[in-house]
Design a protein around this ligand. Structure first.
Ligand SMILES: [Zn+2]
Length: 313
């Protein structure tokens, strides 16, 4: 079975101000990387726009309608200091969530072994009723709830290895015992959440903060000793990765020192768990990653691992 790669040109139409790290070139760098011959076996598809019904699994309808209504016809609308809407933003965000839904459909129905959605804007900072941190719709939350509603998945586990804590995903699943949210992230760092003590109403939030300067060893230790045992014990029916690559040593927004091999290693670990617990089902969604070389290499290693190849991890 194949690995599915989902994207859409609309991801390039979400414009941010000059100098903003979350920029269209991120997608272009990934596209260039997967033109290489070793990725010809990737099955590719285009992300559809998410239906209101899907978005409403993670956000109230009036929040969704308000975002649509404030979308500018020209120029930029500022939501907060670093979250901006351009004329193409709403469709890009819809296709980010729609790509996540499609990935779940393909993986849960067994048509793809696993899937990676390369879209922007990212999603994990988007709370139920608040866009922030470059994010508008929480794609991972939409994907998890869609798997539950459409396919009857009882338990979904999310591993968010973006260098920033996924406050939005934590917010949405804070009191939901059916979704395990696990995060490694640098602390202190934006958005300031993600302390060890934040465990949710049912103990299904697992935060493993790392210190600035930490690298492979600390990351692998946190994954091996904290994240994986919790995910294993949870026995998920689907694993979702909030795959941000800004913990890479080259990234300008943070100070962890992971390499592309660490992302391949973590991917392989999750694949081992998915093999044991949930028929190999993994849906991976692009979050951050702002150094173009660090991002494209990391995505290549992540995809190699998803395709079942040795990566030297
Ligand atoms: Zn990030």
């Amino acid at each position: 079975m194949s690995t599915l790669y989902i994207t859409h040109p609309a991801g390039l139409d979400h414009q941010t101000p000059l100098g903003h790290p979350e920029r269209p070139d991120r997608i272009r760098a990934i596209e260039r990387a997967i033109e290489k011959e070793r990725f010809t076996l990737l099955r590719r598809d285009q992300a559809p726009m998410a239906e209101m019904e899907s978005l409403a699994l993670a956000h109230p309808e009036d929040y969704i309608v308000r975002l649509r209504d404030i979308s500018p016809r020209e120029g930029l609308v500022r939501i907060d200091e670093d979250t901006v809407m351009s004329p193409g933003t709403y469709e890009a965000a819809l296709r980010g969530a729609g790509g996540a839904v499609m990935a779940v459909d393909e993986v849960m129905s067994g048509r793809a072994a696993n899937a990676f959605v390369a879209m922007r804007p990212p999603g994990h900072h988007a709370e139920r009723v608040r866009a922030m941190g470059f994010c508008f719709f929480n794609n991972a939350a939409v994907a998890a709830r869609h798997a539950q509603k459409r396919f009857g998945a009882e338990r979904v586990a999310i591993f968010d290895w973006d260098v920033h804590h996924g406050n939005g995903t934590q917010d949405i699943f804070w009191d939901d015992a059916s979704v395990l949210y696990c995060s490694t992230h640098e602390a202190p760092l934006y958005p300031g959440t993600g302390a060890l003590s934040e465990t949710g109403e049912h103990g299904t939030i697992v935060n493993a903060p790392l210190n600035a300067g930490d690298g492979s060893e600390a990351f692998r230790e946190a994954v091996d000793s904290v994240i994986l045992p919790r995910m294993d014990a949870f026995a998920p029916d689907l694993i979702i990765i909030s795959a941000g690559f800004d913990a890479h040593w080259r990234d300008p927004l943070a100070s962890l020192n992971l390499t592309e091999s660490d992302f391949a290693w973590a991917t392989q670990k999750l694949m081992g768990l998915a093999d044991k617990r949930c028929g190999q089902r993994i849906v991976s969604l692009l979050e951050g990653g702002y150094d173009l070389e660090g991002l494209s290499k990391s995505v290549s290693f992540h995809l190699d691992a998803l395709m079942g190849r040795e990566t030297g991890a």
